[in-house]
Ligand binder design. Structure first.
Ligand SMILES: [Zn+2]
Ligand SMILES: [Zn+2]
Ligand SMILES: [Zn+2]
Ligand SMILES: [Zn+2]
Ligand SMILES: [Zn+2]
Ligand SMILES: [Zn+2]
Ligand SMILES: [Zn+2]
Length: 485
């Protein structure tokens, strides 16, 4: 066939191909072998064989191709799904010609996409070097439930032989601590791959070192120390005790601060105040800033010694401040007194009167009175003041004895009687009238009666005159009245 004709016919043939098998084109199957499996030389590995595209079949036969020098098929194992379906699975190792044919037959159509058909296990030769070894499928024949053959494609899989590392070379090492993991980095002597192995942290080994008892507000504490690293751990125990405000102090108030009662906890410094008392009075000291006088007010300044508060107070005017300037002594006729003058304003007064001094009189009889003549008494004051007066001492009159009858009277004749003054011996005689019939005085004759009245009148006038003369003599020379003590 010439090249030109072929190029013209190709699209026509493709068209006829798709036109003749429109359904089969979509229903082709694909069998794939698992990739990414790893193994080590001398070990075994398994790969899954799947129907990665599955239009539904009842019979499948294939062979497994692989590098026969290093890989040896150990066995195959049908999947659970196929076993459940009662499918018959055969591996015919009787033929000498490799690969061994593997057959799956089922009375029921095997459906499902990407289903596992079976697992094939291989042994790797110990001399297999590192790298990948392929496993594929060949001579695949698939038949549908309609006995028609289904076109099948396949995908290779395989195994990767990895180094069976020999990490005998340590290139880095960090020992674990109480809290941090340890780390050892090895290097494979075969392939130089490094591997880091961690060792868990050791954990602290705590031992109690001390115990702090609970306080008012905090729990008790147990303090433990790690014997390895010295780390300190604190755990609590017990309940806080609460404050005991048993120390009570009464703080008295001052003029600038209120008083209160302070309650202090016996264990800690916590405290509170209550029972407040009011401010107390100021403690003033007073100072007279200006003395009051009798004509002006003064004032005082009060200063509190505690807080310094200051207040002033007026001082009332005072009484005159009298000072004695002169004292007049009393006399017999005038009272004494003291003169005063106010030292501030000069006002004067007389005060402190003293009583009149009485005379201290002395009577000196300079002429004794007799029975018939007056005497004289001189009166002077003993204190030498010069007082002088005289007093007439009147005549005493005779002091007669009883009458003595010298001649007794008879009835017809007169008798005579006499008496003598005991002091001056003056003798007085008197006639005793005759006794008559009646000796009574009432029997006096009318002439005798006239004589008696006359004598009595003369004696009375004489007495009055004497008294007047005496009174004048007392008022006489000094005009001073004698004062009785
Ligand atoms: Zn290695
Ligand atoms: Zn520790
Ligand atoms: Zn407390
Ligand atoms: Zn004060
Ligand atoms: Zn005055
Ligand atoms: Zn005198
Ligand atoms: Zn006489």
């Amino acid at each position: 066939m010439k090249k030109g004709k072929f190029l013209i016919l190709l699209p026509v043939m493709l068209f006829l191909l798709f036109a003749a098998f429109p359904a089969n084109a979509a229903e082709s199957a694909e069998i794939s072998v698992e990739t990414n499996t790893t193994a080590v030389a001398g070990g075994e590995f398994s790969v899954e064989i799947r129907a990665s595209k599955n239009p539904g079949f009842t019979k499948l036969s294939l062979g497994l191709t692989h590098d026969q020098k290093y890989l040896t098929l150990v066995g195959v194992e049908p999947s659970e799904r196929l076993l459940d379906m009662g499918a018959v699975f055969t591996l015919d190792k009787s033929t000498s010609k490799l690969p061994y044919p593997i057959t799956i037959e089922s009375s029921e159509e095997i459906t499902g996409k990407n289903i596992v058909l079976f697992t094939a296990t291989f042994k790797l030769s110990s001399s297999a070097s590192l790298g990948s070894y392929k496993v594929g499928c060949s001579s695949i024949k698939m038949t549908g439930s309609d006995k028609k053959s289904i076109s099948v494609t396949s995908k290779e899989g395989g195994v990767m032989i990895e180094c069976e590392h020999k990490y005998s070379l340590i290139i880095d090492e960090v020992a674990p601590t109480c809290e941090d993991k340890g780390m050892t980095t090895y290097k494979c002597t075969e392939c130089s791959v490094v591997n880091t192995v961690f060792t868990p942290a050791l954990g602290h080994k705590y031992k109690e070192t001390s115990r702090v008892p609970a306080t008012c507000t905090e729990h008790g504490k147990i303090i433990e120390k790690c014997s390895t690293c010295g780390n300190v751990k604190t755990t609590s125990f017990g309940e806080p005790l609460g404050h005991s405000y048993d120390i009570t102090t009464v703080i008295p108030s001052t003029c600038s601060a209120k008083g209160y009662t302070l309650h202090k906890c016996i264990r800690c410094d916590d405290e509170y105040k209550d029972s407040y008392t009011d401010f107390s009075d100021h403690t003033y000291t007073k100072k007279v800033m200006e003395e009051p006088t009798c004509y002006s007010e003064g004032y005082m300044r009060f200063t509190c010694t505690v807080c310094g508060n200051v207040r002033t107070e007026k001082m009332d005017k005072v009484d005159h401040n009298f000072r004695a300037t002169m004292t007049k002594e009393p006399t017999h006729t005038e009272r004494g007194w003291t003169a005063y003058e106010c030292i501030f304003c000069g006002e004067t007064k007389k005060d402190a009167f003293t009583d009149i001094v009485p005379y201290d009189l002395e009577n000196i009889v300079v002429l004794e009175p007799t029975c018939t003549t007056d005497g004289l008494c001189r009166i002077t004051c003993r204190d030498g003041c010069g007082y002088y007066t005289e007093q007439v001492l009147p005549a005493t009159g005779h002091s007669y004895s009883d009458w003595h009858t010298d001649v007794s009277a008879t009835a017809e004749k007169s008798g005579l009687k006499s008496r003598v003054c005991r002091l001056c011996k003056h003798e007085e005689t008197e006639e005793i009238p005759p006794l008559g019939n009646s000796a009574s005085v009432a029997a006096l004759s009318p002439s005798q009666m006239v004589s008696a009245v006359l004598i009595a009148t003369i004696v009375s006038i004489t007495l009055v005159l004497v008294v007047v003369v005496f009174a004048r003599s007392i008022k006489g020379p000094t005009r001073r009245r004698p004062v009785r003590r």
